[in-house]
Design a protein around this ligand. Structure first.
Ligand SMILES: NC(=O)c1ccc[n+]([C@@H]2O[C@H](COP(=O)([O-])OP(=O)(O)OC[C@H]3O[C@@H](n4cnc5c(N)ncnc54)[C@H](OP(=O)(O)O)[C@@H]3O)[C@@H](O)[C@H]2O)c1
Length: 234
């Protein structure tokens, strides 16, 4: 079998970059993507120095033409896509955002990056997975999106993460019976630009479950949400 090709969005920093690093230590070729080419290439160069097989392609997940460009690149360069980690995300209402002071522009912008981007990208890449009846899709969610723990504040971010969980459920149901597994995960509170300096978890811990889900064996779970490799409630 040829090496597996796994696409990671928002791979230039934070949890995404660490996912790329850990995935590249498996037998996969990692396609690190980022919206800023310079940032992404710097990350790739750094990982390549560690002799990790990471390639680069630019991708702003909110730009449909760039999603088409990436799909085209994957088809021509590798003729396959075996994994997709929908990691890129924004948290615009994190500074005191509540239901009354968070405007619809913020909600729409959040949905564009955290939900519609992954939606379109996944639509584009699943056909390449179907070709080999193999795929692992990981949707980066958050405890803030879990309905079982839903509470006050951050409405835009919370809604976006609940919505990506809905994508996981719909898509996994539609792909039932195939070897394309689709799961959501929560990384916990992780020390990144988004998580801030007070977060207790290092990126290594935040990335671990994503890497595990992106490399699940055949017959592994699908349509579920995980934290620290354990299934949790929606
Ligand atoms: N940190 C936490 O505690 C925590 C907790 C729960 C869930 N999460 C989730 O984990 C994921 C990664 O978060 P993080 O903590 O690593 O955050 P981060 O350090 O802020 O990194 C976010 C990444 O997403 C990228 N991104 C944003 N908009 C994009 C777009 N339109 N197209 C492509 N890339 C885009 C950023 O690129 P730029 O560098 O260009 O901005 C960056 O690479 C997110 O989905 C987040 O919601 C994080």
């Amino acid at each position: 079998m040829k090496e597996r090709v796994i696409v990671v969005t928002g791979g230039n920093r934070g949890i995404g970059r660490e996912i790329c690093r850990q995935l590249a230590r498996t037998d996969a070729v990692v396609l690190l993507t980022s919206r800023d080419e310079k940032d992404g290439l710097e990350a790739v160069e750094d990982l390549n120095k560690q002799e990790l097989p990471v390639r680069y392609h630019q991708l702003d997940v909110t730009k449909p033409t760039q999603i088409l460009g990436l799909t085209d690149f994957l088809s021509k360069e590798f003729g396959r896509c075996d994994g997709l980690v929908n990691n890129a995300g924004i948290f615009l209402d994190n500074q005191g955002g509540n239901f009354f002071n968070t405007d619809l522009t913020t909600v729409r912008e959040t949905m564009e990056t955290n939900v519609y981007g992954p939606y379109l990208l996944t639509q584009a890449l699943v056909p390449l997975m179907r070709k080999n009846n193999y795929g692992r899709i990981v949707n980066m969610s958050s405890g803030l999106g879990r309905l079982s723990e839903m509470g006050a504040n951050y409405p835009a971010y919370r809604m976006s993460k609940t919505a990506i969980n809905a994508i996981t459920r719909v898509l996994s149901s539609e792909l039932a019976g195939t070897n394309i597994l689709v799961n959501s995960m929560c990384p916990g509170w992780v020390k990144t630009r988004m998580g801030g300096p007070n977060a207790p978890r290092p990126v290594e811990q935040g990335a671990d479950t994503a890497v595990w889900l992106a490399t699940l064996p055949d017959g592994g779970p699908t349509g579920k949400i995980f934290l620290d490799r354990k299934e949790v409630t929606w």
